[in-house]
Design a protein around this ligand. Structure first.
Ligand code: MG
Length: 157
């Protein structure tokens, strides 16, 4: 088995759609990024890359690569899970945390889990939690959002 830890953060800006876990969430601002800025998918990708021991997210998805410009991060996650399969591993479990002061994410949790599972992992293999930072730091000041993830890979038999 292999374990990986992942982290990501993105700035909140006007004029962008807010996408988390592949799901569009109604909000006044969205996350800035080369792709759709889906901070949760990026943290999970980071964790899978870490478990595989194959560098970091910038190596696999460079900002200079037009293939991933405005890309769906769900597609990026799918790509990296397929890379895990090609290396002989399957994703057994993902746990994650989205740090966001607003909006309330509870209504979208099931949809995010289903969307990620449908894209690339076995149903029921992912946990997503949401937290605020109680007004502290960049998350608390609503300057951005962050996400953490851990992932467990198992060698396929
Ligand atoms: Mg990112």
């Amino acid at each position: 088995m292999r374990i990986g830890v992942g982290y990501d953060s993105h700035r909140l800006v006007a004029g962008r759609k807010l996408i988390l876990g592949g799901v569009g969430i109604p909000f006044s601002r969205g996350l800035l990024g080369h792709s759709d800025g889906d901070v949760l998918c990026h943290a999970i990708i980071d964790a899978v890359i870490g478990a595989l021991g194959i560098g970091d997210i910038g190596r696999h998805f460079p900002d200079s690569d037009p293939r991933w410009k405005d890309a769906s991060s769900l597609e990026m996650l799918k790509y990296i899970v397929e890379l895990a399969h090609a290396n002989g591993y399957e994703v057994t479990w993902i746990d994650s945390i989205v740090m966001a002061e607003k909006p309330k994410l509870a209504p979208y949790m099931e949809s995010m889990k289903e969307t990620i599972a449908k894209a690339c992992i076995a149903p029921g293999s992912i946990s997503i939690k949401a937290k605020t930072d109680e007004g502290m730091g960049f998350v608390g000041r609503e300057e951005g959002m962050a996400a953490y993830a851990v992932c467990l890979l198992r060698k396929r038999s």
